[in-house]
Design a protein around this ligand. Structure first.
Ligand SMILES: Cc1cc2nc3c(=O)[nH]c(=O)nc-3n(C[C@H](O)[C@H](O)[C@H](O)COP(=O)(O)OP(=O)(O)OC[C@H]3O[C@@H](n4cnc5c(N)ncnc54)[C@H](O)[C@@H]3O)c2cc1C
Length: 598
């Protein structure tokens, strides 16, 4: 099976040239974030991903996690790899220095997270959820709670989880029924949570659950939900884990992919009630959880990039080796060709490469905006960056993970029959990727957010301002003296016009024709992703052309960036016009059938 090699060159290009590393390093607290430091971090992360995590991926898939009488046991090698991960400080890469973290920008952590996910998505989910738990605790926990739990969560000695889902409460969290009964300085938690990722395991000493539950007198619906911290092992005055709390893993799911990531049913309170601590104020839990979900949604978008990259590398390496037939139009004296010589295989690989690089660029640019939105010294700039982040989160998550489906589908196709056979690993990529469009809010839930809160609520102001930037770049490229950039500019221009027509339709439709707007929401999200991804590749092509003209760096890499952006512009961006037409014309027809006609 081919090895995973982190695409450090492309990551560095995106971080430096598109996400604006220099501007990031000028923010307070990030003074030490030099290009050399970033390179060193990426190289070290690449080693851990390639040498330690990737070799566990396929065996972990075959073996899976297991529920024993002592709780869930991770697949062989996972606990040792996790120890190494923690000891080398990877868990706290962007963690708060106040609690022992290294305080690097989230952008740099995002590149590392991409690597963990390419190497071993099941493993990567554990620190991903810990990061989400830390985020919510840091923002809303009391000092006492933070001092007790944050240092060990930041180091990774303790892992975190996110407990939202119940059998009747999936996309609709207002239906949460888990109960929290006040008792002295804490609460007793009763109920059942399902589908909890890494809900129990033996990799960390303790598991810290963040749990949504209702107080006895809480109002119905979303405004009656509170957030609680419930540790698997209670914590003594000296900060060490002591007796087992009343939270037990009842079972783990058998599922399509991510077999080594245990998906647990957790039973709270079967023996008198699990001790839980309120995070923030009563009845504001869902609001707090959204903070955690924003980060988790961004991270799942990165997960999509990671699994797509893995699938691309696997397919490319296979295509270089597999010999089959004669390639049309090539030297007839060569009796056989590798499948890489077949034009259609090249089309598939280039689609995979272009889409993966587009999702990476958009996600990292959003990651830099998250950092700027938090740290920029100027309040207006912070607001501007945050507005961009708000618009982009559902796109990075929703579109990035939908693209991961397409890329891993092609990854199987490039392998031919061997893609369907587990041995190559292409099938595992395809299976593992499948969950990414479902958890942390399905694509439809992201799309609802995008048409409502992110587009219609401000009358399309932020959306149109981003489109304005895209048009500005497209106009400049169309008029560029470098002929290679002109077709990219022209196609981006048409795609941006299509996107603008969709925004012009969605804004009034959301208020006046709500069902039609919702029928068009996922195509609208896909249109946004398609065009915003093309925008980032076009920016990359512009930078690459400049660096080539200045005779700087790796010319072959830069030519590749321009050619990839042109392929995306000419072969993928034309879909924008069709999507916009389907949004504005077709949404009512989606609703045409009666229930009986289905
Ligand atoms: C492997 C795995 C790991 C998970 N990890 C966690 C975890 O760690 N913590 C946790 O709390 N949960 C977790 N989940 C739960 C996950 O977040 C939910 O499965 C997901 O939110 C969807 O909810 P549901 O399964 O109830 O589907 P439903 O909500 O029943 O959705 C079914 C379909 O209806 C659509 N739909 C529902 N509502 C709407 C709407 N308003 N608008 C448009 N379409 C709609 C959906 O898009 C979907 O296509 C995990 C799930 C799995 C499978």
């Amino acid at each position: 099976m081919p090895n995973y090699r982190a695409p450090v060159q492309d990551m560095q290009f995106v971080i430096t040239e598109l996400a604006g590393l220099e501007r990031l390093a000028a923010l307070p607290g990030y003074e030490e974030v030099t290009p050399d430091l970033v390179e060193a971090v990426l190289e070290e992360a690449a080693k851990l991903a390639g040498d330690v995590l990737a070799p566990l991926n396929q065996p972990g898939d075959e073996q899976g996690a297991a529920l024993t009488k002592d709780g869930v046991v991770a697949a062989d090698g996972f606990a040792a790899a996790y120890r190494r991960f923690v000891e080398n400080g990877w868990n706290g890469l962007s963690g708060d220095p106040e609690y022992g973290g290294q305080g690097l920008p989230g952008l740099i952590a995002a590149a590392a997270v991409e690597m963990w996910n390419s190497a071993n998505m099941s493993f990567a989910l554990c620190p991903l959820l810990t990061a989400g738990a830390m985020e919510a605790l840091k923002a809303h926990g009391s000092d006492e709670l933070k001092n007790r739990f944050m240092p060990k969560l930041v180091s990774g000695e303790w892992a975190g989880t996110m407990n939202l889902t119940e059998p009747q409460a999936g996309s609709d969290l207002s239906a949460v029924r888990t109960r929290a009964v006040p008792e002295g300085d804490h609460y007793r938690i009763f109920g059942q949570k399902i589908f909890i990722t890494w809900g129990d395991h033996d990799m960390a000493e303790n598991v810290v659950h963040l749990v949504l539950a209702r107080l006895p007198d809480a109002p119905e619906g979303t405004r009656g939900i509170s957030l609680f911290l419930v540790p698997k092992f209670l914590v003594g005055p000296d900060g060490s884990a002591t007796e087992h709390n009343d939270v037990l893993c009842a079972s783990i799911e058998h599922k399509l992919g991510i077999h080594a990531s245990p998906t647990a049913v957790l039973a709270y309170g079967d023996h008198g009630g699990a001790v839980g601590y309120l995070v923030g104020e009563e009845n504001r839990g869902l609001e707090y959880m959204f903070i955690m979900m924003n980060l988790a949604r961004f991270s799942v978008g990165i997960e999509g990039v990671g699994i797509a990259e893995r699938s691309y590398q696997r397919a490319r390496d296979y295509a270089r080796d597999r010999v089959q037939g004669r390639a049309p139009g090539l030297d007839k004296t060569v009796p056989t060709a590798t499948i890489l010589q077949h034009p259609d295989v090249r089309r598939m690989l280039l689609t995979m490469k272009a889409q993966t690089e587009a999702t990476r660029a958009l996600a990292y640019v959003t990651g830099a905006a998250i950092d700027n939105g938090r740290r920029h010294p100027d309040a207006d700039a912070r607001k501007r960056h945050q507005a961009f982040v708000e618009l982009m989160i559902p796109i990075v998550k929703g579109w990035g993970t939908e693209i991961a489906q397409e890329v891993t589908y092609l990854g199987v196709q490039v392998h031919g029959g061997m893609g369907f056979i587990e041995e190559t690993g292409a099938a595992q990529d395809y299976r593992d990727a499948r969950i990414t469009t479902i958890y942390e809010g399905t694509t439809a839930i992201q799309a609802n957010d995008l048409i409502g809160r992110k587009t219609a609520r401000d009358g399309g102001v932020v959306a149109r301002s981003v489109i304005g930037e895209i048009v500005g770049l497209a106009t400049a490229l169309s008029a560029d003296a470098n002929g290679a950039l002109v077709p990219i500019g022209n196609e981006l221009q048409s795609a941006a016009a299509a996107l603008k027509s969709a925004v012009d339709w969605v804004v009034p439709a959301y208020g006046k024709a709500s069902r039609a707007a919702h029928a068009a929401s996922v195509p609208y999200l896909r249109l946004w992703g398609l065009v915003a991804g093309g925008w980032q590749l076009a920016r990359g092509a512009q930078v690459a052309a400049r660096l080539l003209a200045e005779n700087k760096g790796d010319a072959s890499f830069y030519r590749g960036k321009i050619a990839t952006a042109r392929f995306y512009a000419e072969c993928l961006l034309p879909q924008a016009a069709a999507l916009a037409r389907a949004i504005t014309l077709g949404s009512e027809s989606v609703l045409a059938l009666s229930d009986e006609q289905f």
